[in-house]
Design a protein around this ligand. Structure first.
Ligand code: ASP
Length: 443
């Protein structure tokens, strides 16, 4: 039988109604053996996630303030779920809450406080499903340096899970060598899910959320964009870097290394197939040539001009050294015979501007330095571009048609992406134009 590890995000477990959906999904497929829950998330847009309630409550407790009311609001969220599901674990939860309250008073730490959201949700879900509950603090380990100890953790998870048929392991936290609790960064239950999947060498890691996968582009720009059916890790990284985020980046490493595909699914629409992320995928398996369109505003181009620059040995190195010394990493570096342009984040650049300009003057004595402060970058990403002729032509035709002036072009040598520099004002128009030509018109 196959083994699937299934992670459910906070909105998937926000109330009893959502718990019912989650249980139906799990019970529909016996290979969904190991379940990683987040803490209850928002039930409606203005609601507060339990994790945020815990942080706020603990902060009051740590200052010695009266946190009773805030604490009771958290208790109420769980008790309501338990009552509506008809579970007989109110006494157990009452005991857990009194331990947590005492630990708050003893200043057990913010990480401990936040982790209780997943811990309690794990207890409730395990009880509801009839699965074993495994405390993540017993199997997920961090080193003294605060970094995950992946090998040791995988051994512990594997050993522990080999004793049980099905289990719930709460997401988001583990333990330090001194037994205190430590959490991953926000959204870190994705990481726990990936670790558990790698540890048991799962056939699939399903990540259940409230959208039916990754969108081809930002739905705030293009309403109801298509869903990406299949994407490779490399494509995902290109898109994530350029601002398309739904999945915790650090969660990719453990499953990628183990060759386990990830399937992003929608708890509220389990019939949708979602997005599958794999190491490789056939170049022609993407229906639109491009896999995704992303981008960001807020860049600056610093153009350095000097006659006979191309003959000056070490010119590029000296320029980059100036940026490096100022702690700034560059995004792109298009160049001509006598010009070199460095594209950097605007806020980072402006914080060090005079030092950089001064440094450049000293390092390479340029004839001119021009600064363009109005740059957005558009990234068109797709494994299918390599096999298709004319992709770049179609992108630029679409932009020209939309009256967008292209400032810069950079095609990665992997032919996986084409980056285009435009003005900030043209950003949305550009995204729409490229989406329209490749996806709507399927040209
Ligand atoms: N509950 C945690 C958070 O809100 C972790 C997670 O949901 O993945 O960040």
């Amino acid at each position: 039988m196959q083994t699937k590890v299934v992670k459910f995000g906070g909105s998937s477990l926000a109330d009893a109604n959502q718990f019912v959906k989650v249980a139906n999904i799990i019970k529909a497929d016996p290979s969904r053996r190991y379940v990683v829950p987040s803490a209850p998330g928002k039930r409606f847009p203005k609601d507060t996630k339990v994790t945020d309630m815990l942080y706020a409550c603990y902060d009051v407790a740590a200052r010695g303030g009266d946190f009773s009311e805030m604490f009771e609001a958290i208790v109420a969220r769980y008790m309501e779920i338990v009552r509506e599901l008809g579970l007989k674990i109110e006494d157990r939860l009452t005991r857990e809450f009194s331990t947590i309250r005492m630990s708050f008073m003893a200043r057990a730490g913010r990480d401990y406080a936040a982790s209780r959201g997943e811990y309690l949700n794990g207890i409730v879900l395990a009880n509801y499903l009839g699965f074993s509950f495994i405390d993540a603090a017993d199997v997920i380990f961090f080193g003294e340096d605060g970094k995950l100890r992946l090998k040791e953790t995988c051994h512990a998870v594997k050993d522990r899970l080999s004793e049980v048929g099905n289990a719930v392991i709460p997401g988001f936290y583990g333990s330090m060598p001194n037994d205190t609790v430590k959490t991953f960064s926000r959204g870190g239950s994705d990481i726990t899910g990936a670790i558990v999947a790698a540890a048991v060498n799962a056939d699939l890691y399903e990540n259940w959320t409230d959208v039916s996968g990754f969108f081809v582009t930002d739905p705030r720009i293009v309403p109801n964009p298509e869903i990406i059916r299949s994407i490779t890790y490399r494509e995902l990284r290109e898109l994530a870097y350029m601002g398309a985020g739904v999945f915790h980046e650090d969660a990719i490493f453990p499953v990628r290394q183990a060759g386990i595909p990830i399937n992003i699914r929608n708890t509220n629409r389990p019939e949708d197939e979602g997005t599958v992320i794999t190491e490789s995928a056939p170049e022609d398996s993407s229906p639109y040539t491009v896999t995704g369109i992303a981008g960001r505003r807020g860049f600056v181009t610093v153009t350095i001009e000097k006659d006979m620059m191309n003959a000056e040995l070490g010119f590029g190195r000296r320029v980059l050294e100036v940026f490096e010394k100022n702690g700034i990493s560059f995004e792109h570096m298009p160049s001509g015979i006598d010009t070199m342009s460095i594209i950097v984040h605007k806020d980072e650049f402006e914080a060090r501007e005079s030092s950089i300009i001064e440094g450049l003057r000293r390092a390479v004595s340029p004839d001119r330095i021009d600064i363009d402060r109005d740059v957005a970058l558009l990234a068109v990403v797709g494994r299918g571009m390599r096999a298709q002729r004319g992709t770049a032509a179609r992108i630029f035709a679409a932009l020209a048609h939309a009256k967008v002036n292209v400032k810069m072009i950079d095609q990665g040598s992997s032919e996986l992406n084409i980056i285009v520099g435009i003005t900030n004002d043209d950003f949305e128009t550009s995204v729409k134009a490229v989406y329209d030509i490749f996806v709507t018109q399927r040209l």
